[in-house]
Write a protein that binds this ligand. Structure first.
Ligand code: ATP
Ligand code: LTN
Length: 338
């Protein structure tokens, strides 16, 4: 039986990532890379949000593969299954059960105001399913089931987190203080990595243009080639300034992976052209990602180890959420089972 070795003094973090494709440099720098260091200071729980991903049609074999890759990538990016709880959302049925209860404390109008719902219904006009609409309720259940204090997310998920807080507050008003109100935790740097082909748009794994995003499993040559083709401006000065979205994006990426400040980057490339700069960014990113790829390959080759990790992860996750769910069932008035 798995045991949870959390320190009661520490705050609890919960976050999740959808297995809708291979992670991009945006997912990595904006989200997963920042999760590793948090393990020292907080109790951390991270899930592969496979339940969420079927709100958009998925090919079953592909979803299974993407989910396993997402799980391996979390570890390859520095998450340690001994320190944190790492699991598949669908392995813990308490998420879906709590989601049902919470949906009865969420208003139709609130869900209709969610910008992600509006965007996705436009994008998938042929499949505006109920799950797409109630997506934020499941996300609220993910977070509230653990009484998470902090939720690392990108700015795009802030509205959903606010809704989770509102649902928790509403529940607390009726039944007394019960759910912890979660706070968003948004990284300062790398909050948004932009597309290499249209630097006014965020880099997204569902972009149709393969040159627009760096996948973290791309090999060195591919990474360098994509950076060489990155859209920039007609100047030739490596300088962070308004109107230079492409260069700003490359400078930000370079600065994050090398740890150099933007001013130092400007100095380093003074008098040099964009060609040299793009090559340097490509090399720095490829070198930065190389150990991640190596660890990923090793994990994917060891299915037994992976299975042990995600089974124990789900067991631990269930132990925590079962308690929350039982209390919720009791509060709303369901008859005791045992
Ligand atoms: P999709 O294309 O399927 O919408 P996505 O690439 O936008 O996917 P999500 O699965 O929605 O990614 O997001 C996972 C996490 O990565 C979230 O915390 C999100 O804020 C973050 N993230 C996604 N894209 C970027 C980006 N370009 N820059 C920084 N963070 C990002
Ligand atoms: N909706 C999020 C993924 C997600 C999540 C969560 C994030 C599902 N459940 C709970 C934080 C907390 C996304 O698309 N990035």
């Amino acid at each position: 039986m798995a045991t949870i070795n959390f320190d009661k003094e520490k705050k609890l973090i919960f976050s999740a990532i959808q297995p809708t494709g291979t992670f991009t440099l945006g997912n990595y720098l904006g989200a997963v890379k920042n999760w590793g260091p948090l393990q020292e200071e907080y109790n951390c729980i991270y899930a592969v949000a496979d339940l969420h991903s079927i709100t958009v049609r998925q090919e079953p074999a592909k979803l299974r593969q993407n989910s396993m890759q997402a799980y391996a990538l979390m570890q390859a990016c520095g998450l340690d299954p001994e320190k944190s709880i790492l699991f598949f959302q669908s392995h813990n049925h308490n998420h879906a059960e709590l989601s049902w209860v919470l949906s009865c404390y969420t208003q139709f109008g609130e869900l209709g105001r969610m910008t992600q719902f509006k965007d996705k219904s436009q994008k998938h006009a042929d499949n505006i399913n109920a799950g797409l609409f109630t997506y934020p309720v499941l996300m609220a259940a993910d977070i509230l089931a653990y009484n998470a204090d902090l939720v690392p997310i990108g700015v795009d998920q802030k509205q959903h987190l606010e809704l989770a807080r509102n649902i928790a507050q509403r529940f607390n008003q009726v039944y007394g203080d019960f759910f912890t109100l979660p706070e968003p935790f948004i990284p300062r740097m790398g909050a948004k990595v932009m597309s290499l082909q249209d630097p006014t748009k965020k880099m997204s794994k569902s972009d149709e243009n393969p040159n627009a995003c760096i996948l973290i499993l791309d090999d060195k040559d591919t990474i360098i080639r994509k950076f060489k083709r990155a859209v920039t401006d007609s100047e030739a000065e490596v300088r962070y300034a308004q109107g230079k979205d492409g260069i700003n994006n490359l400078m930000t990426i370079y600065s994050i992976v090398t740890g150099k400040s933007l001013e130092d980057v400007e100095k380093e490339f003074e008098g040099k052209g964009y060609g040299d700069f793009k090559l340097a960014v490509g090399e720095a990113v490829a070198d930065h990602l190389a150990p991640v790829r190596e660890k990923f390959d090793r994990l994917m080759a060891d299915k037994a180890y992976m299975k042990k990790c995600y089974t124990e992860g789900a067991e631990k996750a269930m132990m925590i959420t079962q308690r929350t769910l039982s209390k919720v069932y009791r509060k709303v008035g369901f008859t005791d089972f045992r």
